[in-house]
Ligand binder design. Structure first.
Ligand code: C5P
Length: 406
């Protein structure tokens, strides 16, 4: 399944670079074309000759090489691959990726690419645990960069901890997983709502909420990664569009509902948007004036409930409809009631009381409620919640198809 695939392997400067030679050999054995970029620092650890001999191709290193540019421009280099693998990914290269630098061939290729990227971080444990590296990794993961490792163990510098690069075999498994043995949702269609909705008062003012859209975007990405053809209908957020996902940008709840209906039929819908409960009944076409100090009376109207309408969509109802319940007290009891009132199949309840840092934060604490009971998940990042949910959805859709004889 790796035969015929093309990988651009970026080798940056770390002692773990030697493991790349093994990785190249194993990829070549499987019929994968491997083209390598060796950074200046990477060249201190492995020689261009060894990399070239194993990859059976020339090795790229210079951004402003006349011969390289004539044969294969740096943009082409990064687009000509099916997947970019960065191994080892040093703290420095990860930082340059996160900030969008293009100061050598490796960072330029990573900035210019429109292909998925897998990184295998390798660094000293303190560097890995530094807040700067953590923030860079969180940003890269949010943008859709895939990771393998690092592992815990003895380091070349004599310290012990997390930071050892994953072994060649593990990186190979991650590459194989990406190339489709691991696509249980392939052939399925998914719909996800995310972000806040924004309800106009007049041309310049609006009602909205603090939803970041992180959880919904991560779910859309996780479903797409497992092979689902995924539509993400999102209100305004600061997030990048997840790669491999069809994104429909909306503002109001009414627009969100219309975009969701247009995306049907789907097999699974996950409503993670923080839809505004109300909209302004009559939007003013002109900016409201202060009019001598008396505040305007703004009448509100109830917004459509997107989760409830998808759950009641008759023969267009997705087989599995999943909602969220952000609660500040009696989390499970309220979520159970919501499962009934919305008519959905699962509710993911989370405690968003002030102090948990969950609303707008990076982590989530989930209780999954379905018709048969409650499953408590440990506190994890929103990406981990998304991956776990996507796997569970894949399992559930399989068993639904199985039981209906489809
Ligand atoms: O009723 P409440 O807002 O607590 O319900 C939360 C769940 O319902 C979330 O899944 C949210 O995306 C969905 N919802 C919706 N449309 C609304 C209100 C909530 O889809 N108008």
């Amino acid at each position: 399944m790796l035969a015929g695939k093309r990988i651009l392997l970026i080798i940056s400067g770390g002692i773990a670079a030697y493991k790349c030679l093994e990785l190249i050999r194993r990829l070549r054995e499987r019929g994968t074309a491997v083209r390598c970029i060796l950074t200046k620092a990477g060249g201190q650890f492995v020689t261009p000759l060894a990399v070239s001999a194993l990859s059976e191709d020339k090795v790229y290193g210079e951004l402003f090489s006349l011969t390289d540019e004539a044969e294969m421009g740096h943009i082409q280099l990064s687009r000509d691959a099916d997947l970019l693998v960065v191994a080892p990914a040093t703290a420095d290269l990860l930082a340059r990726m996160a900030t969008g630098r293009a100061d050598d061939l490796a960072s330029t290729a990573l900035l210019a690419t429109d292909k998925p990227v897998l990184v295998a971080p390798a660094m000293n444990v303190r560097m890995w645990e530094h807040a700067a590296t953590k923030a860079n990794m969180a940003l890269l993961v949010e943008r859709g960069v895939m990771t393998v490792g690092p592992n815990e163990g003895e380091m070349a510098c004599g310290e012990y901890g997390l930071g050892r690069m994953a072994e060649a075999a593990e990186i190979l498994t991650a590459i194989e997983a990406y190339f489709g043995t691991d696509a249980p949702l392939s052939g399925r269609r998914a719909l996800v709502t995310s972000g806040p909705t924004v309800e106009a008062i007049d041309p310049v003012r609006y009602l909205a909420n603090r939803s970041s859209g992180r959880q919904g975007h991560a779910i859309a990405l996780a479903l797409a990664r497992l092979g689902a053809e995924t539509t993400l209908v999102s209100g305004p957020t600061r997030l990048d569009d997840p790669p491999g996902v069809q994104v429909v940008a909306v503002e109001s709840a009414e627009e969100m509902l219309a975009a969701c209906q247009a995306a049907l039929p789907v097999e699974v819908a996950v409503c993670a948007a923080a839809v505004s409960d109300w909209r302004v009944k009559t939007q003013s076409g002109q900016k409201l004036k202060k009019n001598g100090g008396a505040p305007p009376q703004i009448e509100l109207a109830v917004n459509p409930d997107i989760l409830a309408s998808l759950s009641a969509a008759g023969n267009k109802r997705p087989r599995l409809v999943v909602g969220f319940a952000a609660e500040t007290e009696k989390v499970v009891a309220h979520a159970k009631a919501k499962l009934k009132s919305k008519g959905c199949d699962w509710i993911l309840a989370n405690d968003v009381s002030p102090g948990t840092g969950i609303f707008g934060g990076a982590d989530n604490l989930i209780h999954l409620i379905d018709g048969s009971g409650v499953e408590d998940w440990p506190r994890m990042t929103k990406q981990e919640v998304a991956e776990r949910l996507a796997r569970r959805i894949a399992g559930a859709l399989d068993s639904i198809s199985g039981s209906s004889g489809a």
